[in-house]
Ligand binder design. Structure first.
Ligand code: CA
Length: 224
């Protein structure tokens, strides 16, 4: 079982990530500050770390520098509210493998984690195959984040692509509005909004009206 270190001082976000990863079969450990992150990383063998930049005691970039300095080479994905280009550059120079700006959806985070974990284990053909989700004449390319329909290539805004990905990962399964909110919007939504229905509308327009079925009183289902 893969061990993931979550370095995040905001309890709400740490709990959100932890819950999602546990449901996907990962083992998780949360560190709430930089010092304990380093102590944990030196005593437990992790497969990957998610690292917030704004942390008490020791900030994320210093944590990263220290981990790399100690010879710990597991993939690190930076999570941060700062979308400043300089932070991004510093993070990647400091040895981070990827970068996500908050707020992010769980589905996108998971996709990036899976890419990083796969790259470390092997990078042969089965890996590539899993980077595409196929259904009928549609293929979602998770690397380029584009959809191929027949001979056409469709580029969707990030949130719409993530919703499409969630449907493709759960084919023939009814997805409730709540599940879609959790997976596509994460903690970043207004619970009273009809945003799920609006986005299902967008997808129907682009992928075809019949590809997502309304299951009355329950939610939506991919039907290709
Ligand atoms: Ca923080």
């Amino acid at each position: 079982m893969k061990q993931i270190l979550i370095v995040e001082d905001e309890a709400r976000i740490a709990a959100f990530i932890e819950k999602g990863l546990k449901a996907k079969g990962y083992n998780t450990t949360v560190a709430e500050d930089g010092e304990s992150a380093i102590a944990l990383a030196l005593s437990v063998s992790f497969d990957l770390a998610l690292l917030d930049l704004g942390l008490p005691e020791k900030d994320g970039l210093s944590v990263l520098e220290e981990l790399r300095g100690q010879g710990l080479n597991f993939p690190v994905i930076i999570l941060t509210a700062r979308d400043d280009v300089m932070d991004k550059v510093a993070g990647l120079k400091g040895g981070a493998d990827d970068y996500m700006t908050k707020p992010f959806s769980f589905a996108e985070l998971l996709a990036r984690i899976e890419v990083r974990l796969r790259n470390t284990v092997n990078n042969t053909t089965p890996t590539q195959a899993k980077m595409q989700l196929q259904r009928g004449n549609m293929t979602l390319d998770l690397r380029t984040r584009k959809i191929h329909i027949g001979g056409r290539i469709l580029e969707l805004p990030a949130r719409e692509f993530t919703m499409a990905e969630v449907f493709f990962r759960h084919p023939d399964q009814v997805m409730t509005r709540q599940q879609l909110l959790d997976l596509v919007w994460g903690y970043d939504y207004d619970p009273g909004s009809n945003i799920v229905d609006v986005y299902v509308g967008y997808l129907r327009k682009k992928l075809g009206n019949k590809c997502i079925e309304t299951v009355r009183g329950m939610g939506y289902r991919l039907k290709i």
